[in-house]
Design a protein around this ligand. Structure first.
Ligand code: 13P
Length: 347
């Protein structure tokens, strides 16, 4: 493990003005996203769609890294057949890889999940390193249901798996992004989301410490602290930003260089507005880069614009570049309604 290389990547992924494009939808998830715009997923179609995203001209202006699903890590640009990791590296964008095998039902529970994928991970990491990946992602899924869920056990087993993954990633020279995602589905209050997010992140840092993970060479990918989507009372932008920062200050050591938020089903504008307010409100007690690792909040409009029609590629790319630019500006608190209204033409 080369400590300074890990630190450099972990810092660069969240560097001012930039963030991560999460384009690592698993086969079932990309099938669902494509079906929603009337396109049937296959390795070739997935390649064509990812090509629209990854060859958008000027992507590197606001994107520091891209997370691939393994299929894409092994694919190449449609035009010149350049392997995607090489294509990104030439642009100064860092290639990454989702390595978990998804969340499965936790034994003994009918409602909680634990993420799988540790078996054989050391060998897979060696291959991913050879293919050019420099960072990795593992997502744990924490649901909120009443006062009893998540259970202490679900938090602990997910944190333990995240730490085992993180230690293996660093051993192989890749920066681990640790993603303990507290879902926003449900009717819970923002206070309950705060309590669960705090418990989830604290469990992760305890496990990372116990398993000897170098925090300076890691990135945290958390949810923003928000009310449940189906609740009657929705916290506004200021409260989401304030609670998110308060929670992170309680849980995340200063040694961590970058925190990159997932969008988790927020609209594109909602996710960008929240990130912008978070960066406006952060203070000296927030030493980390506060950036994004959005999937849907970068891709939604691009995907529906493309919808399998190659004549729409330039428009789809403009839509992606606009979202990337807006999100990049939100990392410095410079996003605004007028930037948003500039639309795809401004990028
Ligand atoms: P969303 O931003 O769509 O939540 O996806 C980010 C991600 O990588 C979830 O694991």
């Amino acid at each position: 493990m080369n400590r300074s290389a890990l630190e450099e990547v972990a810092h660069t992924l969240g560097a001012r003005g930039k963030g991560i494009l999460a384009a690592d939808e698993s086969t079932p998830t990309i099938s669902k996203r494509l079906a929603a715009v009337g396109v049937e997923s296959s390795p070739e179609i997935n390649n064509a769609y990812r090509d629209v995203l990854l060859t958008a001209p000027g992507l590197e202006r606001s994107i520091s890294g891209v997370i691939f699903f393994e299929e894409t890590l092994r694919q190449a640009t449609i035009g010149r057949a350049v392997p995607y990791p090489d294509h990104l590296k030439a642009l100064g964008i860092i290639p990454g890889i989702k390595v978990d095998k998804g969340a499965k039902m936790l034994a003994g529970s009918s409602r909680e999940k634990v993420t799988e994928g540790l078996d054989g991970l050391r060998e897979r990491f060696a291959t991913y390193n050879e293919l050019g990946a420099r960072f990795a992602k593992w997502r744990a899924v924490i649901a909120i249901e009443g006062d009893a869920i998540p259970s202490r056990n679900a938090l602990q087993v997910n944190a333990h798996a995240l730490a085992r993954y993180a230690a293996l990633a660093q051993e192989a020279g890749l920066v681990p992004i640790c993603e303990p995602e507290v879902l926003m589905d449900g009717t819970h209050s923002i206070a309950r989301a705060f309590e669960v997010t705090e418990a989830a992140i604290k469990s992760v840092y305890l496990a990372l410490h116990e398993q000897g993970v170098l925090l300076e060479g890691t990135v945290l990918k958390p949810n923003m602290v928000m009310s449940g989507y189906d609740g009657s009372e929705k916290a506004g932008t200021d409260e989401v930003a304030a609670k998110t920062l308060e929670c992170l200050k309680r849980c995340v050591p200063a040694a961590v260089p970058s925190i990159v938020f997932l969008s988790g089903g927020q609209t594109e504008i909602e996710a960008t507005t929240h990130l912008n307010r978070i960066n406006e409100m952060k203070d000296a007690a927030c030493p980390w880069n506060l950036s994004f690792s959005f999937g849907r909040a970068l891709q939604q409009t691009a995907l529906s614009t493309w919808a399998g029609d190659s004549s729409r590629i330039p428009d789809a790319q403009r839509a992606l570049l606009h979202r990337a630019r807006c999100s990049g500006l939100a990392t410095t608190g410079e996003y605004s309604e007028s930037v948003e209204a500039g639309g795809a033409t401004a990028s």
